[in-house]
Design a protein around this ligand. Structure first.
Ligand code: GAP
Length: 441
C-alpha cells in the first residue's frame, strides 16, 4: 500500500510534460489554442502506439488460429446505430449549474449542489454521445450520419461476409483496431478520456451455452496480456460491473482496471453481449444473420464475448507503469522501463566525440548496420551524459557508444537502460547483439 501511494506521486502532469517535451503527445491544433480532448501523437508517440497495436494484433490474430481481421469504415449506414441501440441509449444524463454554468454527469456527482461553486443544479437531461456529420454535397439530399462510437458494429454488420469468405465454424472471432469518436462531456485526465481515440476490439462468436466458458477465457487472456508486456500485477485488477452500470447490450461485463495516477480506472472492458447485436441487425436490416450449425442442423444467433481495449489508455498505462526515478551519484535519473517490444526507439548510437570524423563514421556505420527492422537513431547533439539521460527518459533499451579506443581496438560500449550495465563488444558483433536481444516477436 505504501508503495502504491509512492508510485501515485508520478502525476499525470509529469507524464504529460514528458510526453510533450520528448515528442510523445501534443495537444491537437495547439497553435490555435487547441481543441478539447483531442491529442496528436508525435515522433515517439506514434512508435509506442504502433508497437502496442502490433502486440495486440499478434496476440489476438497471429498467435491464435480462431480469429480473422477487419478494417471497417468509420462512417456507416445510420440504420446501424438505430439497430445497435446507440441512437436510443448511448447517452449520459447531464445537469448544469445554474450559477457557474458548469456541466456534470449525474453518475459523477455526490450531492445535489454544484461541486464547483455550491450553486443550484438543473434537472437531469439525456445527452447522446455520438458525433453527427452529413454525407452528400447537396444540402437537401445530404444524409445525417454518425462517426462510430465503437468499432464493434463494423464487425457485426460484416458477420455474414466474414463467415462466408473464411468458411469458419464457431467459435471464432473478428479483430479490429481503429478510431472511435464520442462527444464526451467530462473529459480530462490527459489522454484517458478523449473525444477521438482508438479501440482494439475483438468480437468472439460462440454457441449459446458456451459463452460463460469463453467469457472466463477472455478475462484471463486479456489480463495476462498486460502483464506479459510488463505491467506489474499489483497495478491491475478485474472489477465486475454492477447491474445498473451495464451497457445496454451487455449481459455481463468486467473491467480490467489499472492504477492510473488519478486512481483505479478502466483500461479495458470485457463484455458478454449475448445475441443482442446480431439479433438487432437481423431485425432492422431484414437480413437473417443466424448461424447454421451443420452438426446439430440448427440455426441460431451466436453469442458474443467482446474484449474491448483502448489504445490510448493502454499507452497511458504502459507509460506510467514504466516511469521510474532513482538517485545515481547524487543525481536524479528518470527512465522508462518499457518492455523492449514497446520501446519507441530500440537502440541509439552515440559518438563520444562528434568532431572526430573517424568516430562519427564508425558510429554511423553501426547505425546503418542495425537499422531497418526497428527504429534506431544516431545522436550527437549533446555530451554523452545528457545523451544517455535523453535515451533513458524515452525508454531506449540500448545505447551503443563509439569512443577513441574504438578506433584502435574495434570495440564499442553497449549500455543497458535499466541496470546501466556497460559491456564492451566488437563493433562487428553489434548487429548480432541486437538480433539476440531485440528480435522479440
Ligand atoms: N464496444 C464496447 C465498447 O466500446 P467501452 O467500455 O465503451 O466499450 C471500450 O469502451 C474501451 O475503449 C474502454 O475500456 C477504453 O479503453 C476505451 N475508451 C472508451 N471511451 C474512451 C474515451 N472517451 N477515451 C479514450 N478511450 C476510451
Amino acid at each position: 500500500m505504501e508503495n502504491e501511494q509512492a508510485e501515485k506521486t508520478v502525476g499525470l502532469k509529469e507524464i504529460a510534460n514528458l510526453c510533450k517535451r520528448r515528442g510523445f503527445i501534443f495537444q491537437s491544433s495547439e497553435i490555435y489554442g487547441g481543441i478539447g480532448s483531442v491529442w496528436d501523437y508525435g515522433p515517439l508517440g506514434i512508435e509506442l502506439k504502433k508497437n502496442i497495436k502490433d502486440q495486440w494484433w499478434k496476440s489476438m490474430v497471429y498467435d491464435r488460429d480462431d480469429v480473422e481481421g477487419l478494417d471497417a469504415g468509420i462512417l456507416m449506414n445510420p440504420e446501424t446505430w438505430k439497430a445497435s441501440g446507440h441512437v436510443g441509449s448511448f447517452a449520459d444524463m447531464l445537469l448544469d449549474c445554474k450559477v457557474c454554468r458548469k456541466r456534470f454527469r449525474v453518475d459523477h456527482l455526490k450531492g445535489d449542489k454544484c461541486p464547483e461553486c455550491g450553486g443550484e443544479l438543473t434537472e437531469p437531461r439525456s445527452f447522446n454521445l455520438m458525433f453527427k456529420t452529413r454525407v452528400g454535397s447537396v444540402e437537401e439530399e445530404a444524409q445525417d450520419v454518425y462517426l462510430r462510437p465503437e468499432t464493434a458494429q463494423g464487425i457485426f454488420v460484416n458477420f455474414e461476409n466474414i463467415l462466408t469468405c473464411s468458411r469458419r465454424k464457431l467459435p471464432f472471432g473478428v479483430a479490429q483496431i481503429g478510431k472511435s469518436f464520442r462527444n464526451e462531456i467530462t473529459t480530462g485526465n490527459f489522454i484517458f478520456r478523449s473525444r477521438e481515440f482508438e479501440q482494439m476490439e475483438l468480437e468472439f462468436f460462440v454457441e449459446p451455452g458456451q459463452d460463460e466458458k469463453w467469457y472466463e477465457h477472455w478475462l484471463q487472456v486479456r489480463r495476462d496480456w498486460y502483464v506479459s508486456l510488463g505491467i506489474r500485477e499489483k497495478k491491475l485488477r478485474l472489477r465486475e460491473h454492477e447491474k445498473d452500470e451495464l451497457a445496454h447490450y451487455a449481459k455481463k461485463c468486467h473491467d480490467v482496471e489499472f492504477l492510473f495516477p488519478m486512481g483505479w480506472s478502466e483500461l479495458e472492458g470485457i463484455a458478454n453481449r449475448a445475441d443482442y447485436d446480431l439479433m438487432q441487425h437481423s431485425k432492422i436490416s431484414g437480413k437473417d444473420l443466424k448461424y447454421f450449425d451443420s452438426v446439430s442442423g440448427k440455426s441460431y444467433f451466436p453469442y458474443v464475448i467482446e474484449p474491448s481495449g483502448g489504445v490510448d489508455r493502454a499507452f497511458l498505462a504502459f507509460l506510467t507503469d514504466a516511469y521510474r526515478t532513482e538517485t545515481v551519484k547524487d543525481k536524479n535519473r528518470v527512465f522508462l522501463s518499457l518492455d523492449k517490444r514497446l520501446a519507441p526507439i530500440k537502440a541509439a548510437v552515440l559518438p563520444l566525440l562528434k568532431n572526430k570524423p573517424e568516430i562519427v563514421e564508425m558510429a554511423m556505420k553501426i547505425r546503418d548496420d542495425i537499422k531497418g527492422r526497428y527504429r534506431v537513431v544516431y545522436d550527437d547533439t549533446a555530451a554523452i551524459g545528457r545523451l544517455y539521460r535523453r535515451q533513458d527518459e524515452i525508454g531506449t533499451p540500448y545505447c551503443v557508444t563509439v569512443d577513441v579506443d574504438s578506433l584502435t581496438d574495434g570495440k564499442v560500449t553497449v549500455r543497458e537502460r535499466d541496470t546501466m550495465n556497460q559491456e564492451r563488444i566488437d563493433a562487428s558483433a553489434v548487429k548480432r547483439f541486437m538480433k539476440d536481444n531485440l528480435d522479440l516477436q
